[in-house]
Ligand binder design. Structure first.
Ligand code: NAG
Ligand code: NAG
Ligand code: NAG
Ligand code: NAG
Ligand code: NAG
Ligand code: NAG
Ligand code: NAG
Ligand code: NAG
Ligand code: NAG
Ligand code: NAG
Ligand code: NAG
Ligand code: NAG
Length: 734
């Protein structure tokens, strides 16, 4: 996945600089001194040996990297952002032309509640070099993000000066519903790299859920078959039968990879297993535990319900390298029973699970706000349990919980996203709310639960607000979106929200100036699936006139030259036609390119003919998507992504040449033949068994392999064009 160079925007920046702050995402308090330091002079990254093996034990993770490990990751990122690789060395004191990484302590390392925070750091830039000194290795890590961001924004020339930077809150990040839509481990780790660049430290992963169990519409049989998933896959006999979908699951190895991959960049994965509501997968596993008439709720009064959930947690707690886990406990509502009737058993469930989890693992429990304490309840939820507030119809977080001693994480639904369709929620974050969401004026911050009424918000310095987590849900299930579309929904707004989660002071105008520059440089990921290119033509294969193979060379690979100037040469083991005017795809032969995927926007054109009687098969395949001429039962042109097929009402003609074009335009994807009308790939969403909705699909271009399956036909040319011509003037370092 090659990266793209972008120009920087220092000129515009200077005019909008807040005196004393480094403009970045988030902003960094900084006293600007005299002169600049050119990163081109950096010769080494120096690790203070006194702290090389130190770790941050104050964060949520149990697998914190050492300072030395963070330094190695930083060295890779430095090379990625500046295109200059420098070695890491051990050194007791700063040296000329070095980035010195060390630890220290300062009375300024304080969060919003004036408590010491291990995530703070100091940054000092002189004419000779740079010192990043953290309250812990995690603080140093956030300091390296600042350095990389300033490198991109200032073309490698850092302002001299010094600053102390501390996050206001220790929980900053995102929630992803992986219960009603699967996401592969590699995608989750890539997302962690991305959010880490904005100094977010939390990825809350929802690991079990089901589609809305509409009991007014569904028969009991249908409810027992309704899409419900438990994503962790263990071969422990205690949970045999719980997970019947191994290809959409995380094994212990997968989950280790996710957690270590995220922790390497300072992000803690908070796992959630949901019960006693949204628990259809448990009822499908053990139907006797279902609440009669509403089987996505568990019958907590059944003697086996709590022991079953204890068994599930006992099996999976050893997988989780965190100090806190989430037991869901959301929306335990039944149309037949009153809330007060459910609250008593619900509170018993939560308190019992909290005690159980603490006793066997020492971990703390989190729940979604559901039944706030009331005087007449037989029992209320222990203040050991942290509450994640999401809606004022469930609770008033300040009055109901915080004033009664509970910690409350802010996930209020004014920042909820639902993929593609929702009667209540948008598909993208509301930037206005991010920059103007304080009812008393100014931007949003984690203590602002209610953006319209300050009475419902605690003071900024209240110590019972750990932070803010922005949630993205998949209410309409697995076929609503590709994996990357979860990223697209957050792409333009989440970094701005990250500034507010940290306690930054970025303005909307500043954000609009710097975002795309920083986005293009964010290391450790290529979620935009950018392909580096010299001009708007990324790849250009003329498949006419390739040398026809001699009999002996028939199975050898022929080089297919890329005429774009990018040298993305391919190779093929296919034959060329007798007249040398095309490459012939048959017998599973293929053409391979050095590319994998191209994100939006793109135009992939190819001149092809499909042989008469060709079976359906793949035309183009990549790691994120596939363009097919059909499948086992259909000859409709289709894109396949995230395990779902999105078909057009169109089949390729057989025995005639055609110009075909696959077009990714914004969040939509089209196909056109011979310059005719563009046909759009869409998805059909089932809405609670009551209706259907059609929605757009943004599918990246598959580029790795052409042919390679059962499809038989010929191609004469393949050309990939980026709709945006990018400026390739050199960035940063010589
Ligand atoms: C900048 O340089 C001037 C002149 O040498 C000096 O008076 C001033 O104190 C310096 N400022 C800082 C912040 O170092
Ligand atoms: C850090 O720990 C490793 C192995 O645990 C050890 O080899 C190394 O010497 C230690 N480094 C320092 C600077 O203490
Ligand atoms: C740093 O100092 C604060 C007091 O200002 C103290 O609470 C904290 O424990 C110290 N941290 C370390 C790592 O020494
Ligand atoms: C069961 O899981 C354990 C731990 O992940 C693994 O070592 C073992 O090989 C697995 N056994 C089978 C039969 O898959
Ligand atoms: C419990 O008190 C709430 C008000 O706090 C009231 O609405 C509810 O009806 C009461 N429930 C019972 C069972 O008394
Ligand atoms: C698609 O993009 C447009 C802007 O180009 C935006 O208004 C719309 O909300 C997006 N829709 C979805 C479902 O992504
Ligand atoms: C975004 O939030 C602002 C402020 O609450 C509101 O006025 C506006 O309608 C919202 N925009 C959308 C598209 O929901
Ligand atoms: C603001 O919230 C308070 C406390 O919940 C409530 O009493 C008041 O009516 C609200 N004000 C408005 C204007 O909604
Ligand atoms: C998992 O396998 C099922 C059954 O073959 C298939 O329908 C589904 O698309 C697969 N899931 C993914 C993510 O590939
Ligand atoms: C083939 O594609 C059609 C059209 O999208 C779809 O209805 C069908 O389920 C697919 N069959 C298989 C075996 O994937
Ligand atoms: C892609 O095209 C859409 C509309 O055609 C445009 O709004 C968007 O900014 C483009 N995206 C990129 C990454 O160039
Ligand atoms: C950025 O820095 C490089 C190396 O110092 C320099 O060659 C290039 O001209 C600079 N770019 C701009 C736009 O100033």
């Amino acid at each position: 996945m090659a990266r793209f160079k972008k120009t920087f925007v220092a000129v515009v920046l200077c005019s909008s600089t807040v005196l004393g702050d480094l403009i970045g995402i988030p902003t960094v308090p900084f006293a600007v001194g005299n002169g600049t330091f050119d990163l081109g002079q950096i010769e080494e990254i120096l690790i203070d040996p006194r702290y090389a093996n130190a770790t941050d034990t104050n964060g949520w993770t149990l697998i914190p990297p050492t300072l030395g490990q963070f330094a190695e990751t930083f060295a890779d990122d430095f090379a990625s952002v500046t295109r200059k690789r420098v070695p890491t060395h051990s050194g007791n004191v700063p040296r000329k032309h070095s980035i010195f990484l060390t630890l220290d302590n300062s009375t300024e390392y304080q969060d919003a509640a004036a408590r010491w925070t291990s995530e703070a750091y100091s940054l000092t830039v002189t004419k000779g070099g740079i010192v990043i000194s953290g309250a812990s290795p995690l603080g140093v890590w956030w300091g390296t993000r600042t350095l990389l961001q300033q490198a991109s924004l200032r073309n490698g020339s850092l302002a001299a000066g010094t600053g102390v930077d501390s996050p206001g809150w220790n929980t900053r990040g995102i929630f992803l519903d992986a219960g009603r839509h699967y996401y592969p481990p590699s995608f989750i780790v890539e997302m962690c790299s991305w959010i880490s660049y904005w100094k977010q430290n939390t990825f809350h992963l929802h690991l079990s859920d089901n589609l809305y169990n509409n009991v007014d519409v569904y028969s009991l049989e249908r409810q027992m078959e309704l899409y419900a998933r438990f994503r962790l896959l263990s071969n422990d006999s205690a949970v045999a039968g719980l997970n019947l979908h191994p290809n959409e699951s995380y094994t212990r190895q997968d989950f280790d990879d996710i957690q270590y991959g995220c922790a390497a960049r300072g992000v803690t994965v908070i796992p959630e297993i949901e019960a006693p509501g949204h628990a259809l997968v448990i009822s499908q596993w053990k139907s006797q535990l279902a609440l009669e008439g509403q089987i996505d709720l568990l019958n907590i009064s059944h003697p086996d319900t709590i022991p079953t959930m204890e068994t599930v947690w006992r099996t999976f707690l050893p997988w989780f390298y965190t100090k806190a886990v989430h037991i869901g406990a959301d929306e335990y509502v039944d149309s037949q029973l009153s809330s007060d009737a459910l609250a008593g058993v619900y509170n018993t469930f939560v308190n019992t699970m909290d005690q159980y989890i603490y006793n066997i693992s020492g971990k703390a429990t989190r729940i979604w706000g559901t039944f706030p304490p009331k005087a007449n309840y037989t029992n209320n939820i222990s203040t050991d349990v942290a509450v994640q507030h999401w809606e004022f119809f469930e609770d008033y977080p300040y009055q109901d919980y915080i004033q009664k001693g509970h910690s409350v994480i802010n996930s209020d639904d004014h920042f909820y996203l639902v993929q593609k369709y929702s009667a209540s929620y948008p598909n993208e974050l509301n930037k206005t709310l991010i920059f103007y969401g304080n009812p008393l004026g100014g931007g949003f911050a984690p203590y602002i639960f209610d953006p319209n009424n300050a009475t419902n918000n605690p003071p900024k310095e209240n110590p019972l607000v750990p932070g803010h987590i922005a949630a993205q849900w998949n209410d309409y299930g697995y076929n609503t979106s590709t994996y990357l579309e979860a990223y697209y929904s957050w792409r333009d707004g989440l970094p701005a929200l990250a500034d507010k989660q940290w306690g930054g002071s970025l303005t909307e105008a500043q954000y609009d100036v710097i975002f795309e520059t920083l986005q293009a440089a964010a290391p450790g990921q290529n979620l935009d699936r950018v392909v580096e290119t010299k001009t708007s033509v990324i790849l250009d294969y003329d498949l006419q006139g390739l040398p026809s193979a001699s009999a002996s060379a028939a199975t050898e690979h022929k080089v297919v030259r890329d005429l774009s100037g990018n040298e993305y040469h391919g190779h093929t083991n296919c034959n060329v036609s007798k007249s040398n005017s095309s490459v012939v795809f048959e017998n599973g032969c293929s053409l391979s390119t050095p590319l994998s995927s191209k994100g939006r926007n793109y135009t992939l054109s190819f001149h092809l003919t499909q042989h008469v009687d060709s079976p359906p098969g793949p035309l183009f395949t990549g790691p994120d998507s596939e363009l097919r001429s059909g499948n086992g039962t259909s000859t409709q042109i289709m894109l396949v992504s995230a395990g779902n097929a999105f078909a057009l009402n169109y089949s390729l003609p057989a025995g005639e040449w055609a110009d075909a074009t696959l077009i990714g335009r914004g969040n939509r994807t089209f196909f056109a033949v011979n310059g005719g009308e563009e046909m759009e790939f869409t998805t059909k969403l089932g809405v609670n068994g009551a209706s259907f909705v059609w929605a757009n699909m943004a599918v990246v271009a598959p580029l790795e392999t052409v042919g390679g399956g059962k499809w038989r036909g010929e191609m004469r040319s393949i050309k990939l064009v980026d709709r945006v011509v990018c400026d390739l003037s050199p960035i940063i370092l010589a």
